[in-house]
Design a binder for this molecule. Structure first.
Ligand code: ZN
Length: 170
């Protein structure tokens, strides 16, 4: 059985507000939004939805923290959820929510760092790609701009034009 464990956290404070499990986070997110914003919903006055409204839906991050195809039952899924509940310590869980904020903050920083390094590597690889200039010089992305304005490029281009003119004349 497919199942997902997710957390909802405040993107500004990184505090974990809620830990849950579902068979489809996309649908579950819409349900949460409905309960949060619809006064007719029987869940509207639950503590977590009051908290969500205070923070604002646009500041909530719904993040899948674990997913698997191998859950044996809903009970099995709940058991996994309980593990994450203890680890992530959502607000209102009677455990120190400060820990969860630190945890989320570090995770986000770590993800940003990973993205930065991956991106930097890609930029470096691109910068190493070689171009052959019209004048015959071998260039990289970094040296290209400077090269176009260099005396060397101008001189080589003049020579090239001159030799083309000579070829045309002969
Ligand atoms: Zn050139």
């Amino acid at each position: 059985m497919f199942g997902q464990i997710y957390q909802i956290y405040d993107k500004n404070t990184f505090k974990c507000l809620y830990v849950g499990s579902t068979k489809c986070l996309y649908d579950r997110k819409r349900q949460h939004k409905h309960h949060m914003l619809n006064k007719d919903s029987p869940c509207y006055n639950r503590l977590c939805y009051k908290e969500f409204r205070k923070i604002g839906f646009e500041n909530l991050v719904f993040e899948c923290v674990y997913e698997s195809n191998d859950f044996e039952s809903v009970k099995d899924l709940r058991k996994k959820e309980q593990q994450y509940y203890i680890q992530l310590k959502p607000i209102g869980s009677q455990v120190n929510a400060y820990c969860s904020a630190e945890y989320n903050k570090n995770r986000v920083l770590e993800l940003n760092r990973l993205y930065y390094y991956k991106n930097r590597q890609r930029m470096m690889d691109r910068n190493k790609e070689e171009y052959i200039c019209e004048c015959g010089c071998k260039l990289t992305r970094i040296t290209k701009y400077r090269h176009f304005h260099s005396e060397k490029h101008k001189r080589l281009m003049e020579q090239k034009n001159l030799s083309q003119q000579i070829t045309a004349l002969s």
